[in-house]
Design a protein around this ligand. Structure first.
Ligand SMILES: NC(=O)c1ccc[n+]([C@@H]2O[C@H](COP(=O)([O-])OP(=O)(O)OC[C@H]3O[C@@H](n4cnc5c(N)ncnc54)[C@H](OP(=O)(O)O)[C@@H]3O)[C@@H](O)[C@H]2O)c1
Length: 246
């Protein structure tokens, strides 16, 4: 089923938000096919279980979990207390929502700011707080935050419009760089990175987007499966396996 030859992930535990569809589902499929036990999250029990069952029916080791990642108490309870949390090897924060197309800084409502920041930024932070302490204790782990080029300070980023979305991704980038520094910039075994998938054909990206979810997932899986080496570069923003400026 896998389109690429990834390192063997047998005995590895992967947590992935946004795993119920789109780019996250493609990454979950590849990593489970490479042998990982995958805990796949969706916003509801139904979406998570449907996605998980479609992979379990192919013989893969996948568990579905539904919850609103913006709800810090729910994440602490359902994720932090889960039997597979402390031993997680990889956390992929892929869940995300787009803001209203007309959501400029002065026009977006407080409700819209809270919705988008709550899922894209707080959700990422909540998952990191629930999963990463076990990695720190074991001095081994990979955290991949799926960001967006629209959130960059450079290139196509922060050019106005879609304000809650862009700024939530800028905040995810800042969280990534700051956390990586706090964890010794890779020297203590935990690699923390952000990546841009680029315009991808999903419910968010629309049917005419040029990339497939599988193509978009490539850099995520590459980051999730790479070896930890003395010279591993981390605390960075990646696009197509290359470092790009924030
Ligand atoms: N597609 C693009 O062109 C593109 C470009 C740049 C960056 N990105 C980023 O890539 C990531 C994946 O995007 P995608 O296109 O695959 O999105 P998608 O197909 O719209 O899927 C969104 C995923 O997020 C989950 N989700 C939404 N709200 C949630 C919540 N409150 N709690 C838990 N899970 C929630 C959804 O779960 P349900 O199925 O239960 O709703 C679904 O699994 C996002 O972070 C996005 O910002 C995408």
């Amino acid at each position: 089923m896998t389109s690429k030859s990834w390192p063997d992930m047998t005995d590895k535990v992967v947590w992935i938000t946004g795993g119920s569809r789109g780019i996250g589902f493609a990454a979950a499929t590849e990593l489970a096919t490479a042998g990982a036990t995958v805990v796949l999250l969706g916003s509801t029990e139904e979406s998570a279980q449907n996605a998980a069952e479609s992979l379990v029916s192919k013989g893969l080791d996948v568990i579905g979990l539904g919850l609103n990642i913006a709800d810090s108490a729910a994440v602490a309870d359902k994720v932090g207390n889960h039997p597979l949390a402390a031993g997680a090897d990889v956390l992929i924060n892929c869940a995300g929502v787009m803001s209203d197309k007309m959501a400029k800084t002065l026009r977006a409502t407080t409700v819209e700011w809270d919705r988008v920041m709550g899922i894209n930024f707080n959700g990422t932070l909540n998952m990191i707080q629930a999963i990463t302490p076990g990695m720190v204790d074991r001095r081994s782990g990979r955290v991949i935050n799926v960001s967006a080029c629209l959130g960059r300070f450079s290139g196509p980023g922060l050019a106005g419009g879609l304000a809650p979305y862009r700024i939530s991704k800028t905040a995810v980038n800042a969280l990534t760089k700051n956390l990586a520094a706090e964890l010794g910039s890779g020297k203590r075994g935990v690699l923390v990175d952000a990546m841009c998938p680029n315009h991808t054909s999903t419910d968010m990206g629309g049917p005419d987007a040029p990339r497939s979810p599988e193509q978009a997932a490539d850099t995520i899986i590459w980051l999730a499966t790479r070896e930890h080496e003395e010279e591993s570069q981390t605390g960075l923003l990646w696009e197509d396996r290359q470092i790009v400026p924030w």
